[in-house]
Design a protein around this ligand. Structure first.
Ligand code: GRG
Length: 306
C-alpha cells in the first residue's frame, strides 16, 4: 500500500477516535446532570440506574443522534436531551435482556450485570425507571416548526414498543433452538436493533427541524446501518473474547440463538455486513458533502472490534 495512503488512513482513524471520545464525554456529562442523583430516595434505585448507565457503553446511539442533528444544521444542545433519552432506553433494554428470565447474563459493559449487583427485583425496576426517565427527558424539548412534541414522544415510543424493540426480543426468544429463516432473522435484527438506531438518528434530525426528504434519507441510512451493526454484533460474538466485548462471548451459540453466522456462516455474514454498510453510504447521497461524519461512523462501525 502507498505510504501516503497508509498515513491518511491512520489520520482518519485518529480523527474518528477523537471525535467519538469527545462526544462520549459530552453525553456522559449530560447524563450525569440529567439522571436523578444517587442521594435521592430511594437511593438504591437511583444507584442502580446510574450503575448501568455509567458501566462503560460506547454511546453509539446518542452519538448518532448528535451527528444527525449536526448534519442537518442543528444545535447539539437541542439534540442532547434526546440523545440521552435513547441511551436510557438502550440501557434499560440491556438490563432486562440480561435478567435470568431472558438471556441470564453475568457480564455487561465489562461489569457484573445489574441483577448480580442489586438483585433481580431492583434490576427490573432500574430498567423500568430508565425507560420512564427517557420519556421525561424527551418531554423537555421544545416543539420545532416541523415537529411537535407529540411527534418526538411518538417516535421514541414506537421504537421502544411492542412493534419494534420488544417485538425483536420476543421473536429472538421464540427463535431459540429453532431453525430460523433469513427473512425471520432480518425481522429480529430490524426490530431489536435497527429501529432504535434509526430513531436515534431521526430524533437528531427532528431536533434540527430537518425537511421531510432529509428525514427520510436519514431513516434509510439508519435502517441499513442498524442492520449492519447487528450482523457485526453477531460476528463479534463468535470471533472475540468476553474480555474484549465486555459481555459473555459465544453466548448466542450456547443459547442456540438465530444469528447470521449460524444461518449463513461467517464469511457470508461479513459480506452481508459490508453490503449493508455500502447501502448505508449510498443512502446518504442526497446529502452531497454534508454527511461526512455519518460516512465515517458507518466505516468505523464496520471495522469495530467490540
Ligand atoms: C426490551 C428486554 C428488551 C430487550 C430488547 C435490545 C435488546 C432487545 C436486547 C439487548 C441485547 C442485544 C443483543 C441487543 C441488540 C442490540 C445490541 C447489539 C446491543 C449492544 O449495543 P452496543 O454494542 O452496547 O452499542 P453498548 O454497551 O456499547 O452500549
Amino acid at each position: 500500500m502507498h505510504k501516503r495512503f497508509v498515513l491518511q488512513e491512520s489520520d482518519n482513524k485518529r480523527a474518528i477516535t477523537n471525535y467519538l471520545a469527545s462526544r462520549q464525554r459530552m453525553v456522559d456529562g449530560a447524563l450525569q446532570a440529567y439522571l436523578p442523583k444517587p442521594s435521592i430516595k430511594p437511593k438504591t434505585i437511583h444507584k442502580a440506574m446510574r450503575y448501568s448507565v455509567f458501566a462503560g457503553g460506547k454511546r453509539l446511539r446518542p452519538i448518532l443522534c448528535l451527528a444527525a442533528a449536526e448534519c442537518c444544521g442543528g444545535e447539539l444542545s437541542a439534540a442532547l436531551p434526546l440523545a440521552c433519552a435513547v441511551e436510557c432506553v438502550h440501557t434499560y433494554s440491556l438490563i432486562h435482556d440480561d435478567l435470568p428470565c431472558m438471556d441470564d447474563d453475568d457480564l455487561r459493559r465489562g461489569m457484573p450485570t445489574s441483577h448480580k449487583v442489586f438483585g433481580e427485583a431492583i434490576a427490573v425496576l432500574a430498567g423500568d425507571a430508565l425507560l420512564t426517565f427517557a420519556f421525561e427527558l424527551a418531554a423537555q424539548v421544545p416543539a420545532w416548526p416541523r415537529y411537535s412534541l407529540n411527534d418526538i414522544i411518538r417516535e421514541l415510543a414506537i421504537a421502544s414498543g411492542s412493534r419494534n424493540l420488544i417485538a425483536g426480543q420476543v421473536a429472538d426468544l421464540e427463535g431459540e433452538g429453532k431453525r430460523v429463516s433469513l427473512p425471520a432473522l432480518r425481522f429480529i435484527h430490524q426490530s431489536k436493533t435497527a429501529a432504535l438506531l434509526r430513531t436515534s438518528i431521526r430524533l437528531g434530525a427532528m431536533s434540527a427541524n430537518a425537511a421531510p426528504a432529509r428525514l427520510q434519507t436519514l431513516s434509510e441510512f439508519g435502517m441499513s446501518l442498524g442492520l449492519a451493526f447487528q450482523v457485526i454484533d453477531d460476528i463479534l460474538d463468535v470471533t472475540q473474547s468476553s474480555e474484549t466485548l465486555g459481555k459473555s462471548a459465544g453466548k448466542d451459540l450456547v443459547s442456540e440463538k438465530a444469528t447470521y453466522p449460524s444461518v449463513i456462516g461467517l464469511d457470508q455474514s461479513r459480506k452481508v455486513a459490508k453490503r449493508l454498510t455500502e447501502e448505508a453510504h449510498r443512502s446518504l447521497n442526497p446529502f452531497v458533502s454534508k454527511a461526512g461524519i455519518l460516512h465515517q461512523l458507518a466505516d468505523y462501525l464496520l471495522d469495530r472490534e467490540y
